[in-house]
Write a protein that binds this ligand. Sequence first.
Ligand code: FE
Ligand code: FE
Ligand code: FE
Length: 178
Amino acid sequence: MRVASPPFDTEEIIMKNLADIFEHTLQDVYYAENAITKALPKVAKAAKSAELKKAAEEHLAETKDQIKKLEQVFKSIGKKASGEKCDAIEGLIKEADGLMEEAEGTALDAGLLAACQAVEHYEIARYGSLREWAKDLGHDEAHKPLSEILDQEKATNNKLTNLAVTAINKTTAAKKAA
Ligand code: FE
Ligand code: FE
Ligand code: FE
């Protein structure tokens, strides 16, 4: 028995099985990818590093393509593509927005790069779950595009890691030289 106590007494159980959570999470990432397409141009504009700018621009193009892939996935399960507000991505983007207001120079670039990686990690977690659930549910057509997106998020995260390491090395080398 559920004991009704505020603020939970207005909550209703609407997901009961794997198909329900799969669809819900699909709507969650669809919302997130759309939010990311609005956030990445701001990162590209604010970043001082040419490499970080380029990485943000390249991933923007990929993200737009991912939205199309997600629309394919919705279609393959007989559902209309729709988004549901994702609090996690809202929070991550809010943090990045805060950095753009409060940081400059090296702090801004290092912070933005870390914020981008946090988003990629979020996406890797989500697409990892979605891909496995697609398999469990026998959604063979959905499995491929979800795997492709997961690979793109992993590759982007690796690219950002390399950028972080290179930038740190550069800073260390500059310190040694000084
Ligand atoms: Fe993405
Ligand atoms: Fe969410
Ligand atoms: Fe991404």
